[in-house]
Design a protein around this ligand. Structure first.
Ligand code: NAD
Length: 366
């Protein structure tokens, strides 16, 4: 059943008996350099996706689906001319839609993305890509077979600070990396269907995956659930070759919000505090050098403490940059940097972390 309510009275009629004809007219009017999007899910995050897609010159949001009529009413107040429906199959089968954004809870991603790919649509899927790595592998294979794009919303990779950090790593400013240590804690928002690991850690893991070029070897996670059966705090350690280590602290039970990442390199170290309005990144010319003296107990440690500087970071909204990249990849047949493979790597890390956490910190090899 498709329902359109409230302010969408005009569109109601459009989406009713004449809906197919209206969509066909839009298809006829399509310019070759425009991607026509359908969005499924208009809860907390969906409005950000729709707003940013709407702002892109070579993208048209053709239709929006949510099974909640209250969500559609909200959407209609902002976009009174947008076609809306409660039935996702109408989005998935519409000939006037080129690509679908799946902005629904994690456990629905696989089913919706699969149906979209089977109907010849490119897909933009929210993080985490899928609930299991097997599902992710299946979607990758399906997209590959049908020559379609998958992009997973790893929003932070398109933010000014993360781009700057990657630049500082790539151009050798930090020197060889020692560690990546990220804290993402606040009070809530408790999710009813996933643990804090699947809710918050995809952000840190995708940033880590982007910054540290090496392939992760093993994961250890500890944590606990205090309230609703899902872990609400977790400490995840990821081991890389060459003694590079990453640590991620995610917590829904923190009295204060913290968004801080420390990255230690042989030559420089940096702190990224995402809550700072300016000077989000500070690079420290600090380091330690250890040399052995003549006897085995003769350890000579010298500490270097030099300048601190704050590089300029881009201020553009990351989600807009990311969605522009998605549209460009479709129009120019390019592979998104955060493609399904990147999504799969993160799902594998999440699965391993969950497995380790359940076994009270058992080392899980990837
Ligand atoms: N990239 C980010 O920074 C970021 C931030 C928040 C959430 N997310 C992700 O976005 C996704 C959605 O999260 P949310 O917080 O918006 O959830 P939410 O529960 O607030 O909203 C989900 C919406 O999807 C609708 N829905 C569910 N199943 C549907 C179906 N089969 N057909 C049509 N509509 C359906 C629900 O009615 C609801 O309105 C999750 O995967 C989450 O991890 C990403």
């Amino acid at each position: 059943m498709s329902i359109v309510t409230g302010a969408a009275a005009v569109d109601l009629a459009l989406w009713g008996t004449t809906k197919a004809a209206a969509l066909d007219q839009k298809a006829y009017a399509k310019a070759v350099d425009v991607v026509r999007m359908g969005v499924i899910g208009y809860g907390y995050w969906g409005p950000n996706i729709v707003r940013n897609l709407h702002s892109l010159e070579n993208c048209e949001v053709v239709a929006l689906c949510d099974k909640s009529t209250a969500a559609l009413q909200r959407a209609n107040r902002v976009y009174p001319r947008m076609t809306v429906t409660t039935d996702f199959s109408e989005i998935l089968t519409s000939p006037t839609i080129d690509a679908v954004a799946v902005v629904t809870p994690v456990w629905t991603h696989y089913e919706l993305a699969k149906a979209a790919l089977q109907n010849g649509k490119h897909v933009f899927v929210e993080k985490p890509f899928t609930a299991t790595s097997k599902q992710a592998e299946e979607l990758l294979e399906l997209a590959d077979r049908n020559n379609l794009k998958i992009m997973v919303d790893h929003t932070f990779l398109f933010s000014g600070p993360v781009k700057k950090i990657r630049e500082l790593v790539d151009n050798g400013t930090l020197g060889s990396l020692y560690y990546f240590d990220s804290t993402r804690v606040n009070l809530g928002l408790f999710q009813h269907d996933v643990s804090v690991v699947w809710d918050l850690a995809p952000h840190d893991l995708s940033i880590m995956d982007y910054i540290i070029a090496a392939k992760a070897e093993a994961v250890v996670a500890t944590g606990a659930n205090h309230l609703n059966g899902h872990a609400d705090m977790a400490f995840i350690t990821i081991y890389f070759p060459g003694n590079v280590v990453a640590h991620i602290n995610v917590n829904w039970l923190s009295p204060v919000k913290v968004r801080t990442t420390l990255i230690g390199g042989k030559d420089k170290m940096l702190v990224w505090n995402d809550l700072e309005p300016d000077e989000k990144i500070k690079v420290y010319d600090k380091g330690v050098q250890i040399t052995n003296g003549q006897s085995v107990y003769d350890l000579l440690v010298s500490y270097r403490s030099g300048d601190v500087w704050s590089p300029k970071v881009e201020q553009t909204e990351a989600l807009q940059v990311e969605l522009r990249h998605f549209v460009d990849c479709i129009l120019n047949d390019r592979t998104p940097s955060n493609d399904g493979e990147a999504g799969l790597r993160i799902v594998r890390l999440l699965e391993s972390a969950e497995q380790s956490l359940k076994a009270k910190g058992k080392l899980v090899y990837l």
